[in-house]
Design a protein around this ligand. Structure first.
Ligand SMILES: [Zn+2]
Length: 276
């Protein structure tokens, strides 16, 4: 006999029925129905706790100081950019580059040094057209990370802008198991990469080749969507990560890779769920 793992269900079923494909096993626990998957998933998402960001507490050196120290910008030019920045509200690096006072590459280099990460001064958008890492464009944009190479030895190189989105790196690591190696690029280069990511994957193959990405409107909506996909498979695995206001879930198994993201703040007062 097999027993449904959903709290409040726990019904027994003959082994023969389970062997013939009834129900779904999620992370080694068997559930009798889509409803049981949904209520358990919802509970699991509500219980998910934020991950530690790992953000260093040492305040970074100011970019202007760093650029001046490197001789990348003249003190007078820096003053000009700082006062223009107060009007424009742009980031200092962008402002300097816009005014032609510093080379965009020098800004990326200085920011990378500040963050202690690697950088790229030139990028070729064609290198991401096949969607290395097989994320969806939606996930790439939401994370602020573009995988630039197919993962190797469980390591993935990603392009990002400053400041390095450490929490997003942690989410990607948790969901995929890859070690994430960030490379800083300029804002313009990042946009070009994000735009080109997955471009050469044909529309009709996207579902097979890329992880499907769903923005759920609430935790309940997310649980329903996950349950509907998962309960069509016999065995799936589920990984969740809470970062800032978002909860990310990756459901994997039997050809299915689905990423679901939920904005928790829209679900601030979850209704009490009832089973069956
Ligand atoms: Zn059940």
């Amino acid at each position: 006999m097999a027993r449904c793992s959903a709290e409040g269900c726990q019904r027994w079923y003959p082994d023969l029925l389970v062997r013939s494909g009834a129900g779904t096993t999620i992370d080694s626990r068997w559930f009798c129905s889509e409803g049981c998957v949904e209520t358990t998933t919802r509970r699991r998402l509500l219980d998910a706790r934020p991950m530690a960001s790992g953000i260093p507490t040492v305040p970074p050196v100011r970019l202007g100081v760093l650029l001046r120290h490197r001789g990348a910008v003249a003190p007078g030019d820096l003053e000009l950019a700082l006062s223009a920045q107060q009007q424009s509200g742009m980031k200092l690096g962008e402002q300097l580059a816009l005014m032609g006072l510093v080379d965009a590459g020098a800004v990326v280099k200085a920011l990378a040094e500040q963050a202690g990460v690697a950088y790229l001064t030139t990028v070729e958008p064609s290198m991401v057209r096949d969607a290395p890492g097989h994320l969806s464009q939606g996930a790439v944009r939401a994370l602020g990370l573009v995988p630039i190479r197919e993962p190797e030895n469980n390591k993935v190189k990603v392009a990002c802008t400053a400041p390095v989105p450490r929490v997003a790196c942690g989410v990607l690591r948790r969901l995929t198991g890859w070690t994430v190696e960030p490379y800083l690029v300029s804002d313009a280069q990042w946009s070009a990469l994000a735009q080109a990511y997955g471009e050469s994957v044909h529309e009709e193959n996207k579902g097979d080749q890329l992880a499907e990405f769903i923005k759920a409107s609430s935790l309940s909506d997310a649980a329903a969507r996950i349950a509907s996909a998962a309960s069509r498979r016999r065995t799936v695995s589920m990984t969740e990560a809470v970062c800032g206001p978002f909860t990310w879930v990756r459901v994997r198994g039997e050809g299915l890779v689905r990423d679901v993201i939920v904005d928790n703040e829209e679900d601030a007062c979850p209704a009490v769920s009832t089973l069956h």
